[in-house]
Ligand binder design. Structure first.
Ligand code: ARG
Length: 215
């Protein structure tokens, strides 16, 4: 069983018919197909993904999750499949033009994400942690927060829906690499996943999936 947090377009989201869609979902579909396994996905909160893997409830987690030193204490990661960066989203005409302007401001993030970690380290900001990235964006459109720090692709996806109100600032704040997380020491699953990711990188499957979800 695979856990995700389907609140992160274009990597994972729920379509109107309730089905899971996105880059990560298609990656797992390809992996399971190649291994003759059935894909079972469970949608849980982002900060429950690592605990679910640790407890053995889930075999792995795929959720646009960045490899971090902290997380590596708790889970093992596959090879990376995507390079991303954090960006700042603001309302059009905002005085906030970069990371240096975040001090003293109300900043929205998704709980337990690298955006949460990044903003938590800035002194003097008012943290507003949301369960979903979309909730942080909604708070921004309602002027409940002054900026949202989130990964670049979801930022573009959310802003596209509010194009008259919101903008993504160009400056990337960080570089991160997404990978699939497995239980620490689960070498066999890690080997299988890496083998398939390598193959998908080589034979163009991964590039085709990424292109499909290009904004
Ligand atoms: N890349 C960020 C992180 O690793 C955010 C991922 C959020 N993913 C999600 N499916 N909600 O923390």
């Amino acid at each position: 069983m695979v856990v995700t947090n389907a609140e992160f377009p274009p990597f994972e989201f729920k379509a109107v018919d309730g089905s899971f869609q996105g880059i990560d979902i298609e990656i797992m579909q390809h992996i399971c197909k190649a291994n003759g396994q059935e894909l079972v996905i469970e949608d849980i909160s982002f900060d429950s993904i690592i605990p679910a893997i640790n407890s053995g409830k889930a075999d792995c987690g795929i959720a646009g999750m960045a490899i971090t030193e902290d997380r590596k204490q708790n889970v093992d990661f596959t090879i990376p499949y995507y390079d991303a960066s954090l960006v700042i989203v603001v309302t059009t005409g905002s005085a906030i033009q970069g990371a240096g302007d975040l001090k003293g401001k109300r900043i929205g993030v998704q709980l337990g994400t690298t955006g949460d970690v990044f903003v938590s380290e800035i002194k003097g900001v008012e943290m507003n942690r949301f369960n979903k990235g979309a909730e942080a964006i909604l708070a921004l459109t309602r002027n409940k927060v002054d900026a949202v720090v989130i990964d670049n692709n979801p930022a573009q996806a959310f802003v596209a829906k509010n194009a008259d109100k919101l903008v993504v600032l160009e400056e990337p704040l960080t570089q991160e690499s997404y990978a699939i997380a497995v239980k620490k020491g689960n070498r066999e699953l890690l080997r299988q996943l890496n083998e398939q990711l390598q193959r998908m990188k080589k034979d163009g499957t991964l590039a085709a999936i990424l292109e499909k979800y290009e904004p």
